[in-house]
Design a protein around this ligand. Structure first.
Ligand SMILES: NC(=O)c1ccc[n+]([C@@H]2O[C@H](COP(=O)([O-])OP(=O)(O)OC[C@H]3O[C@@H](n4cnc5c(N)ncnc54)[C@H](OP(=O)(O)O)[C@@H]3O)[C@@H](O)[C@H]2O)c1
Length: 237
């Protein structure tokens, strides 16, 4: 069977949260696969010729303005935006952090999908981003578990509601992005190395490895309602 070097040739791909980390890796991989890629994020940062449009997923009117500027047909919509939230147990919970996490990743995803709906092709794919803690329950993981489990529930409902459009989820494990911030690059690498040592693959993930899963969800026309765990075996430990 022949495989095209440009499997996404001619496809319009929009990555919300595509200015950094996993989203930027998805945008690059889709562009390398031949797609026309647009990035939406608050900062509208541009990378490698990928130009960004500014919108905040917590601001519905900014989302509507952003989608109105994009090509009027979207073949693949990818959502990777997320707030950096510190882990906290219930007795130390900062309610503002809890609201922020839901605003960006749960209500923000719903608002983004609502704004994008008029432009989504009948055969479009939608790929959301959850996270390891959606189905791994650690003390201190309350906010991340609730938020990411909500994203997975959202995807399964919408896979039925928006059919024949396809809706899937990529669930990253610990991945080396700026979301792990740290005072210094060395400090971050040391911290990630330590976390990676506990995983079956003995290291954390790279954004490009996550991007491969998004490309699978975009391009496999028989995949919907699926959650792709790309976590170095993190669910097993
Ligand atoms: N990295 C990990 O270890 C890990 C693990 C599990 C799950 N995840 C999930 O994977 C996704 C991507 O994570 P990442 O590590 O790649 O994060 P990241 O490097 O911090 O990138 C986050 C992206 O989201 C955008 N963004 C943040 N808030 C936004 C808002 N209100 N409106 C619009 N865009 C917004 C950011 O751009 P601007 O700042 O320009 O807005 C940036 O493009 C997140 O949903 C995260 O929860 C990551």
């Amino acid at each position: 069977m022949m495989h095209s070097a440009h499997p996404l040739q001619g496809k319009q791909v929009v990555v919300v949260g595509g200015s950094a980390g996993i989203g930027l890796a998805v945008a690059r991989a889709a562009r390398d696969g031949g797609a026309d890629v647009s990035i939406i994020s608050r900062s509208a940062r541009s990378h490698d010729g990928l130009s960004g449009i500014a919108a905040d997923v917590t601001d519905t009117s900014s989302l509507q303005l952003a989608f109105a500027q994009l090509p009027q047909r979207i073949d693949a919509l990818v959502l990777t935006s997320g707030a950096s939230i510190a882990s906290a147990r219930l007795n130390a919970m900062n309610m503002a952090d809890l609201h922020q996490a839901f605003d960006v990743k749960v209500f923000g995803y719903v608002a983004t999908l609502y704004a994008a709906l008029p432009y989504l092709d009948e055969t479009a794919s939608i790929t959301l981003t959850s996270g390891l803690l959606a189905r791994k329950f650690n003390a201190g993981g309350l906010v991340k578990s609730m938020v990411n489990a909500s994203v997975e529930a959202m995807a399964k409902v919408l896979a039925k509601e928006l059919a024949p459009r396809r809706v899937n989820v990529v669930s990253p494990g610990i991945t080396d992005t700026d979301a792990w911030g740290s005072a210094t690059a060395e400090g971050r690498q040391a911290m990630l190395q330590k976390m990676g040592d506990h995983l079956p693959v003995r290291r954390v993930g790279q954004p490009a490895e996550l991007a491969q899963a998004y490309l699978l969800a975009i391009s496999n026309g028989f995949m919907t309602g699926a959650v792709l765990d790309v976590d170095g075996g993190g669910l097993l430990v």
